[in-house]
Design a protein around this ligand. Structure first.
Ligand code: SF4
Length: 365
């Protein structure tokens, strides 16, 4: 039966003949109403490429500031400075938070923040040095390409100079945020004051060229159309062919609450679970053979849907997300223990693996 359904789709036939999928194939998959077929194919491809293991990191999230010079329509996190909950962490608070991360068993600190309008490069370099001084064994995964680009404009240093200085201070890798959707038709309606898609790609390429590997993300489930998704996936795929610097691809579900898109009635509800699963499956199929780690961000999905997504092409759960604040600002509960994530994986008959930032196995269960 699956074979019959596959033969009705040129794109799925091309998957089985081992060909790279084109833009038109991607559109066909996005418009294919039979999630079962697309998801089952993505799951087979996942099994062939990475087997039955499901990886996750013990990660501690630290958002050093919520002050932001930008005001993205898709964001519930930013503050302008006079609100009672606006904050910027001091060096002492950073040291204390990282100590907590260590106590919780984290192996990496995931650090992102708003575009702070006045902090100098010293603040960021000092942050790296504090962490490395007290906890050299922790991997620092910090600053999105969008933050680096902003910092370059703010401080009038080149992107390369900023990245080099942060690397010297202790930066090990970068998260994949700020990518949102690259296509200008959508980007101009969901972000305000953030770099363009091409500037994000150019910045992350420079990071990769300096030996700073990163994740890649895609924000979906707001006002996009299928071709915006495929455009984004192909741009990630092409850059990965060039640099090999992406570690994993993480589709991020748009979280509606407390955003301008919600307040202006531009998005009335979050996307369906069916759409979530299709995004995971299509990401797997479009990136197959080029970027083989496809992460399911369970924080946005909830644990039950995350388990289903792992059977639709996903192979990684990102991490424990201790202290996550960005999805929490949009009303989502977060944080899980390593054992809880391992149990989630065992419940679906797969093999849990705790990994480090770079997907090296640290522990089996
Ligand atoms: S998404 Fe990032 S850049 Fe945009 S407003 Fe929020 S914190 Fe600022």
């Amino acid at each position: 039966m699956l074979r019959d359904l596959i033969s009705e789709s040129k794109a799925l036939e091309r998957v089985f003949s081992g060909e790279e999928l084109s833009y038109h194939d991607g559109l066909e998959l996005m418009n294919n109403d039979n999630l079962f077929t697309v998801g089952a194919t993505a799951d087979l491809v996942r099994k062939n490429l990475v087997g039955d293991k499901v990886t996750f990191a013990a990660s501690y999230y630290m958002n050093y500031t919520n002050l932001c010079a930008a005001s993205c329509q898709m964001c519930a996190f930013y503050r302008k400075g006079d609100e009672s909950d606006a904050y910027t962490l001091s060096p002492e608070q950073i040291e204390q938070r990282v100590g907590l991360a260590k106590q919780m068993g984290a192996t990496e600190v995931h650090i992102v923040g708003g575009f702070h309008p006045t902090l100098t490069l010293d603040y960021y370099e000092n942050m790296m040095k504090i962490i490395k001084k007290h906890h050299p064994e922790l991997t620092i995964k910090a600053f999105t390409a969008a933050e680096i680009f902003f910092l370059s404009k703010l401080t009038k240093n080149s992107v390369k100079e900023i990245l080099s200085r942060l690397k010297t201070a202790g930066l090990d890798s970068m998260p994949g945020g700020g990518a949102e959707l690259f296509h200008p038709e959508i980007r101009s309606q969901i972000v305000r004051g953030k770099c363009s898609g091409q500037e994000w790609l150019d910045t992350i390429e420079q990071a990769h060229n300096l030996g700073i590997r990163s994740n890649a993300t895609m924000l979906y489930g707001h006002i996009e159309k299928p071709h915006h998704i495929i455009d984004h996936l192909i741009k990630i795929r092409e850059l990965q062919k060039k640099t090999g610097g992406f570690i994993t691809f993480i589709p991020l579900k748009f979280s509606l609450d407390n955003t301008e898109l919600e307040q202006n009635d531009l998005v009335k509800h979050e996307c369906s679970s069916i759409y979530d699963l299709k995004i995971i499956a299509v990401s797997r199929l479009m990136l197959a053979g080029v970027l083989n780690n496809i992460s399911v961000y369970w924080v946005a999905f909830g644990k039950k849907l995350a388990q289903v997504a792992l059977s639709n092409g996903g192979s990684d759960l990102v991490g424990t997300a201790f202290s996550e604040e960005i999805y929490r600002a949009a009303g989502k509960p977060t944080a899980s223990s390593v054992m809880e994530l391992a149990t989630m994986v065992k419940e679906i008959g797969r093999e849990p693996i705790q990994r480090n930032t770079f997907f090296k196995t640290l522990r089996t269960f």
